[in-house]
Design a protein around this ligand. Structure first.
Ligand code: AMP
Ligand code: GLY
Length: 415
């Protein structure tokens, strides 16, 4: 097959790596990154250029397009490709509202009987504050629309809650913040699930956990993700079956009843609470950085799986998963997620022997590969146990150097 991967981050490098493992397929990546350049042909079309991507897929005779980021999906890339008869692993615009509107996701969950935090939607600060009363610590505030992962707030004081609401309604995220979903704050352990979906059928990939906070001990601001593990150690047998039957399949059936055909990955961010598993959020794409830890655990040809899903064909009941665990530690630019410098030379990549290094914010120059983003690289290792994978990942990571590098030292060791 001729496969086009859309995107340029660590997630897309991991997807490309997994798709190229069988050696059976020709890979094209757009716009890609220096890591992906070693696996396929890089193309210059940006991930949000819908018309450009359709033309590229047609010109290169692509059999399957795999879309990494949410923005083109919410903008209708899946529909635009399918309208041209090009197979796409990624849902259409209507289904992508599961990520594009938190309130739409809530409506679907409520109609489908899927367990999630109780919530209400607001369009002004006064009503929202009245709803929460004195104890804002019981609530979570979410911008309804896309906010690049920065639209969720857990304020601990009324004044903070009020100023967040004012800034959201005042246009901090444009249209995305004009509606705010306020939901009950849940307590428990978070787990991520990735389901490969083909209409009303799905197959669940092994569960994972990401570490969103910047600092050790889960301190500091939220980031795009500082590392991930697969599977989380405390997951019990039957967890994936429950997630499939109680969450993913009911959602797919609810969408189907509304005439929406879901072909792509459905990510569920879950909280395991005392009252059972509850959904925190859906995303309509592979998670980052969980994907970097999940895909190396899968032995099947990912291309066959994604191709079947994209065509609406039948899926296997399960995927073959390695024994043991996978650990992913993200190396970031010091200063991220706020301001940081770019352009620092990355040394030592060639010394890494026992890890896969997925590129994210890197750029090739005449001097070598330099940093070009907040999250720079993911160092990924599979091992017989979580501690073995983590120990090796940290050992390999020490071989890589660039100015002002930053990484968390406790990935996989806190919940
Ligand atoms: P989301 O983008 O909706 O997954 O939210 C980002 C993070 O905010 C999640 O990974 C949780 O850590 C936290 N979060 C979101 N919703 C809730 C909730 N209802 N209760 C507690 N924490 C939440
Ligand atoms: N790691 C969660 C996400 O990709 O949004």
């Amino acid at each position: 097959m001729r496969i086009l991967v859309v995107g340029s981050g660590g997630r897309e490098h991991a997807i490309s790596w997994s798709l190229s493992r069988s050696g059976k397929h020709s890979l094209f990546c757009t716009p890609g990154n220096p890591g992906m350049a070693e696996l396929g042909v890089l193309e210059p079309v940006k991930a949000d250029d819908i018309a450009g991507l359709v033309t590229l897929a047609r010109d290169r005779n692509i059999d399957l397009v795999v879309v990494g980021p949410e923005v083109p999906l919410v903008a209708g890339l899946g529909d635009a490709l399918r309208a041209e008869g090009i197979s796409c692993f990624g849902p259409g615009e209507k289904a992508a509202r599961l990520e594009g509107s938190k309130w739409f996701a809530k409506e679907i969950m409520n109609s489908a009987g899927v367990s999630t935090a109780r919530s209400k939607v607001f369009t002004d600060t006064i009503s929202a504050m009245e709803y929460m009363g004195e104890d804002v610590k019981e609530f979570v505030l979410k911008a309804d629309g896309l906010a690049a992962g920065k639209g969720v707030f857990l304020p601990d004081e009324s004044d903070k809650a009020r100023s967040i609401l004012d800034s959201l309604f005042g246009g901090r995220f444009g249209e995305s913040g004009q509606r705010v979903v306020i939901e009950e704050r849940l307590k428990g352990r978070e787990v991520s699930i990735l389901a490969i979906c083909s209409g009303t059928d799905c197959v669940i990939l092994p569960p994972s956990r990401d570490h969103k906070r910047l600092g050790n001990g889960d301190s500091g601001p939220n980031t795009g993700g500082m590392g991930a593990i697969c599977p989380p150690p405390e997951i019990e047998d039957g967890f994936c079956k429950t997630a499939r039957e109680k969450i993913i399949l009911p959602v797919l059936r609810e969408l189907d009843s509304r005439g929406i055909d879901y072909r792509g990955v459905l990510y569920a961010g879950l909280m395991i609470t005392d009252e059972g598993i509850k959904v925190l959020e859906f995303n309509v794409r592979f998670a980052d950085p969980e994907t970097q830890a999940v895909l190396p655990m899968i032995d099947d040809d990912l291309a066959d799986l994604l191709d079947a899903a994209a065509r609406g064909g039948s899926l296997p009941s399960c995927v073959s998963v390695k024994d043991g665990c996978c650990a992913c530690v993200v190396m970031a630019s010091g200063g991220y997620p706020l301001s940081y410098e770019k352009g620092f030379l990355i040394s030592g990549l060639e010394k890494v022997e026992d890890a896969i290094v997925f590129h994210a914010g890197t750029k090739k120059t005449d001097d070598g590969i330099v940093t070009s983003g907040g999250r720079v690289l993911s160092v990924v290792v599979t091992g017989n146990s979580l501690s073995e994978a983590l120990d090796k990942a940290y050992l390999e990571l020490e071989k890589i150097d660039f100015k002002k590098k930053y990484f968390r030292r406790d990935i996989g060791r806190t919940v």
